[in-house]
Ligand binder design. Structure first.
Ligand SMILES: [Zn+2]
Length: 240
């Protein structure tokens, strides 16, 4: 089995089964090309995904055409109105946790250590909005870290990872961090109802991508990849 197929199947297996197996660090492959996996999970142990990336406009309704109340998961499953709702019941226990326009992955976590997902440089470490500490829409990700990653070593930033709703951070803007380094403690700051980690991967131009890729049946295109302002997702994980 060639490597891209292996990683794609690994991503599918992860999402379907919720079974996470961490390989030893020595098993990781160096990121030589843009399509080589380069991320490791940003926490210790196994966590449950409670919300996925919406492949239909993962922009939090910041564009005029994206308030469609449709949620499309990376496996191609779509949740649509008739009842216009903002959160669809995509979670295994039926809770409505897939948010229209959601740009990242939510992992069920309380107050636990957060790890850098790859080597990089801290772009942002602090409150998402000034003087915004409570649970309001405008407080967004609350205490948040963003890390820039040059994954092919050509001195340009390829991707940015974002870690939101943190309770404490232990890095500063400009710090160099290594994959697996403890950078924060998760929490429930910002626009949030319960503690979790919002983990997002995006291009330097802010367009969200799904680190689990697009794993729909053949012939079903990723709506975000074919959107004029969209981006292509691919399986970025080294260790899932
Ligand atoms: Zn989230």
């Amino acid at each position: 089995m060639n490597r891209p197929i292996f990683y794609a199947l690994s991503c599918i297996l992860l999402v379907v089964s919720g079974l996470w197996v961490l390989l030893p660090r020595s098993g990781q492959l160096p990121a030589q090309e843009a399509q080589d996996p380069f991320l490791q999970l940003p926490f210790y142990g196994n966590k449950t995904i409670t919300s996925y990336v919406d492949h239909e406009y993962p922009t939090y309704k910041r564009e005029p055409d994206n308030d469609n109340n449709i949620f499309t998961r990376q496996d191609g499953q779509r949740w649509t109105p008739p009842t216009p709702v903002e959160a669809h019941n995509c979670y295994s226990n039926g809770e409505r946790r897939c948010y229209d326009g959601h740009s990242g992955i939510d992992y069920s976590m309380a107050y636990e250590r957060i790890l850098a997902a790859a080597n990089g440089t801290v772009l942002k470490a602090g409150w998402d909005e000034t003087n915004c500490y409570d649970n309001q829409d405008r407080c967004r990700y609350g205490l948040v870290i963003e890390i820039e990653h040059d994954i092919d070593g050509n001195s340009t930033i390829d991707y940015v990872t974002l870690y939101g709703h943190l309770s404490a951070i232990s890095v500063e803007q400009g710090d160099k961090v290594e994959a697996g380094q403890v950078i924060a403690t998760s929490g429930k700051t910002g626009n949030i109802t319960g503690a979790h980690l919002h983990f997002q991967v995006k291009l330097p131009n802010e367009r969200a991508v799904d680190p689990y890729g697009w794993n729909a049946p053949a012939g079903t295109p990723d709506p975000w990849a074919i959107h004029a302002n969209g981006a292509t997702s691919w399986c970025m994980w080294l260790n899932v």
